[in-house]
Design a protein around this ligand. Structure first.
Ligand code: B12
Length: 222
């Protein structure tokens, strides 16, 4: 019989190899053993993608390997999504999220969305390659409390500033809290572009989003 430790190790290894059917099968096996969805995520899937990134950086992996590893993880996330989000909490605020123009990375963003939904936020996901005008249009349409910009490339991080400028120009900057994040983003960078908040991972995003929302609501009622 396979132990939870063996499943986690295999989940890590098969994600690294981009073996999507096996990753899906192992995810189901783990859940059948009543392993926690968070354990699969934080002890196998995310560390595996971190290793994929490290290998890419060393030149041991190339784009196709990153792509299939990403797809394998995304397959597991489809199964884990409802379990992670199913906490039955009431809606506490509206969060509009998108990956910036020029950037197609969405695994981190999707994970943040799941955690936000689990914490009770209504999440509107604009997908990837979202242009500043699209953010403006959708903020007007949905009137979110918070808008999140995700970027995974140093070359697309400058889109944060472009998005903030577009919001300013449309007269929306004071209406909405702006959060930024993604693998290369730092608190310093977030401060430099004038974002209201930054978080390094999904659970920190939930905490920060709640804090920012509470502060804004306190200001409005004061
Ligand atoms: C999978 C992957 C891909 C896949 C993306 C698949 C997909 N659907 O997302 C593909 C193959 C398409 C890809 C392409 C490229 N990639 Co790529 N990719 C990765 C990889 C291996 C994993 C990224 C990932 O999903 N990580 C998992 C998640 C969970 O990451 P995370 O950072 O922990 O996410 C958390 C936080 O960032 C935060 N967060 C995320 N979004 C937001 C938003 C807000 C508002 C907040 C508050 C928080 C927040 O919360 C998340 C959840 O906890 C990374 C390496 C790495 N480890 O980061 C490289 C990496 C990001 N890619 C890289 C590169 C260079 C590229 C390419 C340019 C390669 C090429 N030459 O073509 C292209 C660019 C394509 C494009 N225009 O976007 C580099 C970027 C280097 C840099 N600093 O600019 C990296 C870092 C690899 C490396 N080490 O060199 N990639």
């Amino acid at each position: 019989m396979t132990t939870p430790e063996e499943i986690l190790q295999r989940l890590y290894d098969e994600t690294l190899l981009g073996n999507a059917p096996e990753v899906l099968d192992l995810t189901h096996q783990a859940l059948a053993l009543e392993m926690e969805p968070q354990t699969l995520l934080f002890d196998a899937l995310i560390p595996s993608l971190e290793e994929v990134g490290a290998r890419f950086e060393r030149g041991d992996f190339f784009v196709p390997e990153m792509l299939i590893a990403g797809r394998a993880m995304a397959g597991a996330m489809e199964v884990l999504r409802p379990l992670l989000a199913d906490t039955g909490v009431q809606t506490i605020g509206k969060f509009l999220m998108g990956t910036v123009k020029g950037d197609v990375h969405d695994i981190g963003k999707n994970l943040v969305n799941i955690m936000l939904e689990g914490a009770g936020f209504e999440v509107i996901d604009l997908g990837v390659q979202v242009a500043p005008e699209k953010f403006v249009e959708k903020i007007i349409e949905h009137q979110p409390d918070i808008v999140g910009f995700s970027a995974f490339l140093t070359t697309t991080m400058p889109m944060f500033k472009a998005n903030l400028n577009a919001l300013q120009k449309a007269g929306l900057r004071d209406q909405v809290i702006v959060m930024v994040g993604g693998a290369p983003v730092t608190q310093e960078y977030a401060d430099a572009v004038g974002a209201d908040g930054y978080a390094p991972d999904a659970s920190a995003t939930v905490k920060r989003a709640k804090d920012l929302l509470q502060k804004k609501r306190a200001l409005v009622t004061a």
